[in-house]
Design a protein around this ligand. Structure first.
Ligand code: FPP
Length: 252
C-alpha cells in the first residue's frame, strides 16, 4: 500500500501551514549560492500544491517571506523578489490545471511594485477556481498581523461601531488576514529547526506540529503524505481528556 493510499480521506487536515526552511543550507552543502536553494524551492511548492489539491485539502498556507527576511543581505532579498516575480506567472497554468486559487497575506504594500502586480494579476486570474486555496505569506509576521488587527479594532471602536466589551476571540480572528480560512490543523516545518518563527501565532493555538529534517528543496509529495499520516495518528483533544473524545469525532 502506498503512503497516499494509507491516508484516511475522511480525516484530512482542512488547512496545512508550512514553514519552508533550509533552502540556503541545501545550496551551501552543494557548494552553491543560497539563491540556488531558493530557485530549487519552487519545485516542492508545485508538488505540495498538486498533492494537496489531489487529496481535496482546502487550504495550504506557505511562509514564503517573513517581515524579518527584509533584513537579509540586499542581494538575497533582490534575488528572492525576482524569483517570486518570475515564478508567479510561470506557475499560473499549474494553478489553473489544478483548480487552485492563489491568495496572499502579509504587508503586501512593502513588495516591489512589479511583484505586487504579478501577485494581484495571478490572484485575479485564479479567483473563480474552487479547489485548494494556496496562500503565500509574504512580508508576513504574526506579530505584525496582530498589531494591525489591534489598530483596526481600536479604530472601529473609536468610530462607535462597537464597544471594547464586544471583543472576543471570534471578533479578533475576523480582523486577522486569515479571517476567511479555518485555523491550520497541521503546521509543517522543514530543515530540522523546531521553531515557529513568528508564523500564525494566534491561528496555531491547537495545530498539530510536524517537524522534518528534510530541507525544503528535497520535500516532495511523499513527505507531505508522511506528515498527513503522522497528523492522522495524533489525538486532538483541544483541552479535553482522552475519555471525553469519541473515537469518531476527533474534533473541537
Ligand atoms: C527559507 O530558507 C526560505 C525562504 C526564506 C524563502 C522561501 C522561498 C522559496 C521556497 C522560493 C520561492 C517562493 C515562491 C513563493 C515562488 P532559508 O533561506 O532560511 O534557508 P536556511 O535556513 O538554510 O538559511
Amino acid at each position: 500500500m502506498s503512503l497516499k493510499q494509507k491516508i484516511n480521506a475522511n480525516q484530512l487536515p482542512q488547512h496545512i501551514a508550512i514553514i519552508m526552511d533550509g533552502n540556503g543550507r541545501w545550496a551551501n552543502i552543494k557548494g552553491k549560492l543560497r539563491v540556488f536553494g531558493h530557485q530549487n524551492g519552487v519545485r516542492p511548492i508545485r508538488k505540495v500544491s498538486e498533492a494537496a489539491a489531489e487529496l481535496g485539502i482546502g487550504y495550504v498556507t506557505l511562509y514564503a517571506f517573513s517581515t524579518e527576511n527584509w533584513n537579509r543581505p540586499e542581494k538575497e532579498v533582490k534575488a528572492l523578489m525576482e524569483l517570486l516575480r518570475k515564478t508567479i506567472p510561470q506557475e499560473l497554468p499549474t494553478l489553473m490545471k489544478n483548480n487552485i486559487r492563489l491568495n496572499a497575506i502579509g504587508d503586501l504594500k512593502r513588495l516591489p511594485e512589479q511583484n505586487y502586480k504579478a501577485l494581484m494579476d495571478a490572484m485575479k486570474e485564479t479567483e473563480t477556481n474552487t479547489g485548494l486555496v494556496l496562500t503565500l505569506a509574504l512580508s508576513y509576521s504574526s506579530r505584525w498581523e496582530i498589531v494591525e488587527a489591534v489598530k483596526k479594532i481600536t479604530s472601529e471602536i473609536q468610530q462607535g461601531n462597537y464597544t471594547a466589551e464586544a471583543i472576543d476571540e471570534k471578533l479578533f480572528g475576523a480582523h486577522l488576514s486569515t479571517a476567511t480560512m479555518p485555523d491550520p490543523d497541521l503546521l509543517i516545518r522543514t530543515s530540522g529547526e523546531w521553531r515557529i518563527s513568528n508564523y500564525m501565532l494566534w491561528q496555531i493555538a491547537y495545530s498539530e506540529l510536524y517537524f522534518t529534517d528534510k530541507f525544503w528543496p528535497d520535500f516532495g509529495k511523499e513527505d507531505l503524505y508522511k506528515a498527513i499520516l503522522a497528523y492522522q495518528n495524533r489525538e486532538r483533544r483541544f483541552g479535553k481528556t482522552s475519555d471525553q473524545l469519541t473515537t469518531s469525532s476527533n474534533k473541537k
